[in-house]
Design a protein around this ligand. Sequence first.
Ligand SMILES: CC(=O)N[C@H]1[C@@H](OP(=O)(O)OP(=O)(O)OC[C@H]2O[C@@H](n3ccc(=O)[nH]c3=O)[C@H](O)[C@@H]2O)O[C@H](CO)[C@@H](O)[C@@H]1O[C@H](C)C(=O)N[C@@H](C)C(=O)N[C@H](CCC(=O)O)C(=O)O
Ligand SMILES: Nc1ncnc2c1ncn2[C@@H]1O[C@H](COP(=O)(O)OP(=O)(O)OP(=O)(O)O)[C@@H](O)[C@H]1O
Ligand SMILES: N[C@H](CCC[C@H](N)C(=O)O)C(=O)O
Ligand SMILES: [Mg+2]
Length: 495
Amino acid sequence: MQLKELASLFVNSRIVGDGNTAFTDIQFDSRKVGPGHLFICVPGYVTDGHRYAPAALAAGASALVTERVLDLPAAQLVVPNARYAMAVIASHFFGYPSHGMQVIGVTGTKGKTTMTYLLERILADRGWKTGLMGTIRTTVGGVTVKAERTTQEAPDLQRNLRLMADAGTQYVVMEASSEALEQERVKGTKFRTAIFTNLTQDHLNFHHTMDNYRAAKGLLFSRLGNTFSAVPEERQYAVLNADDEASDYFARLTSAQVIRYGIDRPCDVRATSIRMTLGGTVFTVESFAGSAEFRMQLVGKFNVYNALGAIAACLAEGIALDDIKDSLERVQGVSGRMERVDAGQPYLVLVDYAHTPDSLEKALTTIGEFAAGQVITVFGCGGDRDRTKRPIMGRVAAQYSGYVYVTSDNPRSEDPEAILRDILPGLAEAGLPEDRYEAIADRKIAIQKAIDRAGPGDVVLIAGKGHETYQEIQGVKYDFDDRLVAEEAIRRRGR
Ligand SMILES: CC(=O)N[C@H]1[C@@H](OP(=O)(O)OP(=O)(O)OC[C@H]2O[C@@H](n3ccc(=O)[nH]c3=O)[C@H](O)[C@@H]2O)O[C@H](CO)[C@@H](O)[C@@H]1O[C@H](C)C(=O)N[C@@H](C)C(=O)N[C@H](CCC(=O)O)C(=O)O
Ligand SMILES: Nc1ncnc2c1ncn2[C@@H]1O[C@H](COP(=O)(O)OP(=O)(O)OP(=O)(O)O)[C@@H](O)[C@H]1O
Ligand SMILES: N[C@H](CCC[C@H](N)C(=O)O)C(=O)O
Ligand SMILES: [Mg+2]
């Protein structure tokens, strides 16, 4: 492709140098540039991509996308906003791959990964070729690759969508994180359906206020749909959680057809008669396409919401409620979400990805409904992320646990002890006596102590890292898997 072709995508761009310069791929990181690539200079939060243009050219880049003319011997497309341009260019370069598939996007603070797994399962069981992009994995044409980001940067995202389209994928299910929406990573992606899970506190280091955070999520809905199409394949749907007040705001933003799901308020797809046990959840779904009783293996009321969102989106695709039921009833669990570690011990050990106040509370209240004995919680908070959630998570853990081990999550560049000091006031505030908690920065030791403390009927919740197989400390990623560490601790103790 030639640089001049890109100029036609923007009303306010200009080319400096030879517009006939061709490029064979697009990159936003100079360290990944190869001969003949187009390098897009993105001004970041930490550094400025324009500074790496010389390195990109040295690595063989043939042309640049910039926000100001750089005094370098290379053809440049100058645009007002490189991050925005990057998404537009990526869609165009990869031939608008989302247009040939049905893309279902899921946004919200919690439940995205779970819901995308449920959707993938239902669609694949109906014989559709599916692709998935999210926190745990990206699956292209049946092949799974590990993903760095929940929602990839536009060039990687569009490249993967192209690979999916070429592999014959019909449905793509993807998580759309608020950071990604804010940074235009999904711009240019055509969505069939956008689903909203819920809105609670997280990522305030990035968005600063809850209103900004909600607005970022709104971008998925405001860009969705223009009119109700007469052609069913072209219709677009906004699937909203009727019990979360942010849904009214999203409904106003979108011109797609709105389908609401929920438990408390009347809506299009509603769960009633919910009964929960340690082995699963039973509920009746009442919908515009009939009703049925579901016996799901997933535990917790929050997973009823996750199921409802997936059910609503699949009903919109014309899949029968009974077929959806068949698929959901066979889902055993999602990696690192309320996952049991079982080495024959007489107490329950659960690993869960709860790393926000709301999800920790959901996990603990769910456990509280079944726990025969006391609940022992091990958790920490990630470094270089929202600091205001730390004492709140401390308070939540204290409120619902008999004993708490405050430990490290991924401290990243921060001092692990300093993060613990941010969490501890929350436990004191909740009135947990000092002999009912300990702060131990070493996560492995904290897990071992929690296991050693458990008696028959107790529940040990190890929260925050779920499926993660590493722990990042001072920029270094060490092998660490809560499930393996817990299992080893159980065996070490002799069950
Ligand atoms: C806060 C945030 O979102 N940061 C993203 C942002 O980084 P940044 O603006 O700080 O980039 P920067 O480091 O200043 O660099 C600017 C530019 O120079 C380039 N560069 C930099 C160094 C170099 O040697 N060569 C070079 O070309 C970089 O590639 C970049 O394009 O832009 C980068 C590239 O465009 C992203 O990779 C980066 O994601 C970082 C790694 C990140 O941690 N993001 C997290 C917060 C995130 O996005 N999480 C969400 C949600 C998770 C969830 O809740 O599930 C996700 O979708 O994963
Ligand atoms: N609908 C929900 N409401 C509240 N909490 C939930 C919900 N679904 C899952 N959780 C809790 O949040 C944790 C993370 O769930 P999941 O990975 O599905 O969400 P996510 O939105 O993808 O999160 P992330 O943005 O961190 O990737 C789970 O381990 C569980 O504790
Ligand atoms: N995608 C999220 C994951 C957080 C997981 C938790 N274990 C932590 O490190 O804070 C993020 O990057 O903010
Ligand atoms: Mg996720």
